[in-house]
Design a protein. Structure first.
Length: 271
């Protein structure tokens, strides 16, 4: 079977609040590194190895476009397809919607959209292809793992209220892949719907979504302990970010002074 053309949305507009709980400032987990490459790079790079890739949109926090481009390393430079950085919204759904609106503007053909968490750096090509193949059958597909632990339902008093049958239960991963026209329609009609993931929006619109075999290695970075040396990396990142902002502010001030018509030295003093 030939692989149909598809676009990818990488979601990286979250606040990383849980991840940054042990450091003084918020640090985007997607910008830190694992074995020499950033989490965001690792989450994005495998899609380039799948035939049929037509476009990539990466969401980021408002005002963090430059940091996001740096975290993507050389991917934006080597891409021969549209590669867009889009400011996200307050919620994940708003960010995905913003990315979809940009995809609608592109003149490149694609039939499916893969939506992947930028904090899942261990995705591989086989999982992407397997999920895409399943989506061509039903219109939507998500990778999932069966629940292996015992599941209990708690009451408001904190006591176990019910033993839950785990046999039909799964935990879902990303990428979640959907037929383009149907996921566009679902997001147009169900933006106000309270959903945990894109599959919930898709199903709420009346579309069918199947489950394909996930990968236990395809875990999501959530806490600072999920990345080796993360606290040390975070400290270095915060320092470098502060220095970069200071330099940018100084450059802006110098441009403003020069526009006034007077001459100033490098310290901003009038000559």
């Amino acid at each position: 079977m030939s692989i149909p053309p598809f676009a990818v949305i990488i979601t990286a507009a979250g606040s990383s609040t849980r991840f940054s709980a042990s450091v003084n400032e918020t640090v985007k987990k997607e910008y830190l590194s694992i074995d020499g490459h950033t989490v965001l790079y690792r989450a994005t790079r495998p899609f380039f190895n799948v035939p049929g890739l037509s476009a990539i949109v990466v969401t980021c926090p408002e005002g963090s476009e430059d940091e996001t481009i740096v975290a993507l390393e050389d991917l934006a430079d080597v891409a021969s397809i549209p590669f867009l950085i889009v400011p996200g919204g307050v919620t994940r759904k708003e960010s995905v919607k913003a990315a979809m609106e940009r995809l609608k503007e592109l003149a490149v053909p694609f039939d499916y959209i893969a939506i992947h968490d930028g904090a899942r750096p261990f995705v591989d090509e086989s999982l992407i292809i397997r999920t895409l193949a399943a989506a061509t059958v039903t219109g939507g597909a998500v990778p999932a793992l069966r629940v292996t632990d015992a599941v209990k339902k708690m009451g408001k008093d904190g006591l176990i209220a019910e033993n839950v049958d785990r046999s039909p239960l799964v935990t879902v991963q990303t990428p979640q892949i959907f037929r383009k026209a149907e996921i566009f329609d679902a997001y147009d009609r169900y933006m106000s719907f309270d959903a945990d993931d894109d599959a919930a929006v898709f199903i709420s619109a009346g579309y069918s979504c199947t489950v394909t075999r996930g990968n236990i290695e395809n875990r999501k970075i959530t806490y600072i302990t999920d990345i080796p040396d993360a606290e040390k990396q975070a400290e270095a990142y915060i320092k470098a970010r502060a220095e970069g902002r200071k330099s940018a502010a100084a450059s802006k001030r110098m441009r403003e002074l020069l526009q006034q018509g007077d001459r100033y030295d490098e310290s901003g003093n009038r000559e």
